[in-house]
Design a protein around this ligand. Structure first.
Ligand code: UT7
Length: 340
């Protein structure tokens, strides 16, 4: 089975508080509204010229240093790749000096990291790889409409990564159980409508604004609570635990009210809920691994502590993983100011 052997994170140096974001887009909102309705106070943003692949490479390098293992496979979860084609993962593998390892991108929006973690664990169990590097990285500042008050203040940029190795259920960091699903009936609730084959970028009917990210917040909110609660419960059951056994609950950092609603429904006590939404907002595919990489979270938890990770995102997609808290201390790398 897969065991988390190393954890890495990378955040851009530039931090914007709520007032900074409001000024950028002249948004009809307030610091108080954003804080009380989402729990977000500030977020990090890349400067022009720094890409998702740059953050992913830095987080990947940090995870490799934390693990002390050389990855033999790279999975990169992102919806903001460096280019529509090719995938970003092979370039990341090359920049990490990993040789000709298999590498691909996986798109499951904010559930992407957990989809990639579950896939990497399955590849490892099948014998196809032994030390996969799993990265969640996004730069939503490149697709968010600065004038859209439904999204402009919510998202930040970043990358987080883990390296898996083969291990046993008693090892700290062991991936014990998982759950995942999708519901394409809700595909239009979270979308970048233009720029793909449905509305090609060069087509005269595709407006430039169609390249912006859009989310129907209230409808997504209700789905996020329902799906993360059900999925986390399934993963906890499959691990042979009850929700009272869980020592660390880490949900996708979309909205503090959503996270509290899910944890309340699961009856997980407030001191067992961990996150960083106040400081870095919603970093999409990077959200969960950046909580794993948070030094404060790491020092609060004992290796081996029963942990549940749960995420929800566009697609619609959702996923949860039951694991024990890993031992490896997280490493961090600064974001490069420009492509290296
Ligand atoms: O990462 C993928 C998953 N993402 C999520 O799960 C995000 C899910 N959605 C959300 O986090 C929330 O729905 C939002 C933060 C996007 C919006 O919060 P909400 O509590 O659902 O607001 P609402 O859309 O229900 O609007 C409530 C009120 C409305 O005013 P009235 O009609 O009650 O007078 C809105 O016009 O708040 C108003 N409002 C705002 N006011 C100031 C909505 N957005 C804003 C805003 N600033 N940015």
């Amino acid at each position: 089975m897969g065991v988390i052997a190393g954890i890495g994170g990378c955040l851009p140096g530039r931090s914007l508080d709520n007032e900074d974001v409001i000024r950028t887009g002249a948004l009809d909102t307030t610091d108080d509204w954003i804080r009380t309705r989402t729990g977000i106070a500030r977020r990090r943003r890349v400067t022009a010229g720094t890409s998702t692949g740059d953050l992913a490479t830095a987080a990947g390098r940090a995870a490799v240093a934390s693990a002390g293992e050389r990855p033999d496979f790279v999975l990169l979860a992102t919806t903001t790749p460096d280019h529509p084609c090719p995938a970003t993962a092979p370039a990341v593998a090359h920049r990490l000096g990993l040789g000709e390892v298999p590498a691909f991108d996986l798109a499951a929006v904010c559930s992407g990291f957990l989809y990639a973690l579950i896939t990497a664990d399955a590849l490892l169990r099948s014998g196809l790889c032994h030390t996969p590097l799993v990265i969640g990285a996004d730069t939503y500042s490149t697709i968010v409409d600065p004038h859209d008050r439904d999204t402009a203040a919510l998202f930040g940029d970043g990358a987080g990564a883990v390296v898996l190795r083969t291990g046993h259920p008693g090892d700290p960091g062991a991936i014990l159980a998982a759950d995942q699903g999708s519901d394409g009936a809700g595909h239009d609730l979270i979308t970048v409508p233009g720029g793909g084959s449905r509305h090609p970028p060069h087509h005269p009917d595709t407006a430039p604004e169609a390249r912006f990210f859009r989310m129907r917040g209230r409808a997504v909110y209700a789905q996020a609570v329902r799906r993360m609660t059900g999925s986390a419960r399934t993963a906890i059951d499959r691990a042979g635990w009850t929700t009272h056994d869980v020592r660390a609950f880490i949900g996708h950092q979309a909205n503090q009210r959503i996270l509290d609603a899910v944890a309340d429904r699961l009856d997980i006590a407030p001191h067992r809920r961990f996150g960083n939404i106040r400081e870095i907002g919603n970093t999409a595919a990077a959200s969960i691994p950046l909580v794993l990489a948070d030094p404060t979270v790491h020092t609060s938890l004992t290796p081996g502590a029963p942990t549940v990770l749960t995420a929800f995102g566009g697609g619609l997609t959702w996923a949860s993983v039951a694991l024990t808290w890993p031992e490896a201390p997280p490493h961090h790398e600064p974001a490069p100011a420009r492509p290296s």
